[in-house]
Write a protein that binds this ligand. Sequence first.
Ligand SMILES: Cc1cc2nc3c(=O)[nH]c(=O)nc-3n(C[C@H](O)[C@H](O)[C@H](O)COP(=O)(O)OP(=O)(O)OC[C@H]3O[C@@H](n4cnc5c(N)ncnc54)[C@H](O)[C@@H]3O)c2cc1C
Length: 338
Amino acid sequence: MLREHVSLKSMNTFGVEAEARWYAEVASPAELSSLLADDRVADPAPLVLGGGSNLLLTRDVDRLVLRYVDDHLRVIAPGRDSHLIEVGAGMNWHAFVAWSLANGYVGLENLALIPGTVGAAPIQNIGAYGVEIERFVNAVEVFDRERRCTTLFKHDFCDFAYRWSRFKRDEDRDRYIVVNVRFRLPRRGELQLDYPGLRDELAAMGIDTPGARDVFDAVCRLRRRKLPDPALIGNAGSFFKNPIVSGDVARALLANHPAAPNFDAGPGRRKLGAAWLIDQCGLKGYRDGDAGVSAQHALVLVNHGRASGADLWRVARHVQATVRARFGIDLEPEPVVI
Ligand SMILES: Cc1cc2nc3c(=O)[nH]c(=O)nc-3n(C[C@H](O)[C@H](O)[C@H](O)COP(=O)(O)OP(=O)(O)OC[C@H]3O[C@@H](n4cnc5c(N)ncnc54)[C@H](O)[C@@H]3O)c2cc1C
C-alpha cells in the first residue's frame, strides 16, 4: 500500500516532474487511520492529492502524498423539493455533475467540466459561470488528523468565500482530509444564465427556453473553446484569482481605463478581471523557455513541454511583478504552490 519514491508527473495537470518520498491510496477512514499511525509517514502532514489540477509542484515532496480514492455516491435523504446526496471525495467532479443532471437534479450545470475530484471541490469553493459549489454543499465530512476520527462540518462552519474555505487556513490545512461531501440538490430551480457569454452561446445553439441540460452543454462548449486542454498542454486553469480591491482602488483604475472589467464584491469592494490586467501588460503568449502564459487565455499558465515547476513559478512571479508595476495591484495565485 505504501510506496516509496513515486513520480507525480502523471498526477498533476501541469505535467511537471516531482517525486513523492512516500505515496499511498486509501479508500476509507479506517485505512486512513492505520496509514497515519505508521511512524514512517505520520509526520509531517501528508500532501493530499486529488486530480492535481489546482497544484504547482516546484520541487519534490519529501513526505507522504496521499490520495483518498473512495468514490461512492448515495442518496441519503430524499426530500420533496431536494435530495441530500453523499459523495466520496475520490469521485471525479465532472462525472458527479453529469450524474446529477441525468438523475433530474438542477444547479450544478454551470460547474460542468471543472477538472478534479469532489473532495477538492470545497477546498477552494470551486466556481464557474456565476455559480459556486457552496450553494449546494450541506456538509463536509473530514478525517481530523489531530483527533484521529471523522467529523461532519456543516456548511456554515466551512467559512466559504470566493475561491476560499476554512480548509485553506494555515491552522486547518494540514489537519483535515475530506472524505465525503454532502450536497443538497434541488429537483427544480432557476437557471443561472447571467454570466457573460452564456446566453449568447445558448442562442448560437438555437435554444431560447433552455433547460439545465442545455446550460450544461453550453458551458461544455464554451470551456472547450476557451480553455487549453491539460491533456494537450499542461496547465492548472486560472492561475490567478480575480483581485478584490477597495472602491477607491477600482475608481482610480477606471478613471484611466473605463473599459476595465469590474464587478460588485460586497460593500465598498470591487472584483477586477485578472485576465484583463495581464492582457493589458502584453503578457498573453509570454514565454520563458517552456513555461509561459497561454496565448489563448491570459489567466492560464502553460507548460509547453519540459518546463519544471520552478520555471512556471518564475513566470508567475514575472506576471505578478509586471501587473504590480503597471497597476499597483497584487495578483494572488489560485493553485496551491508547493
Ligand atoms: C483546465 C482547468 C480548468 C479549471 N477551471 C476551474 C474553474 O472553472 N473553477 C474553479 O474553481 N477551478 C478550476 N480549476 C481548478 C481545479 O480544477 C479545481 O480547483 C479542482 O477542485 C481541483 O481538484 P483536484 O482534485 O485536482 O485537486 P488537487 O489539485 O489535487 O488539490 C488542490 C488542493 O486541494 C487539496 N485537496 C485535494 N483533495 C483533498 C481532500 N480529499 N482533502 C483535503 N484536501 C484536499 C490539495 O491538498 C490541494 O491543496 C481548473 C483547472 C484546470 C486544469
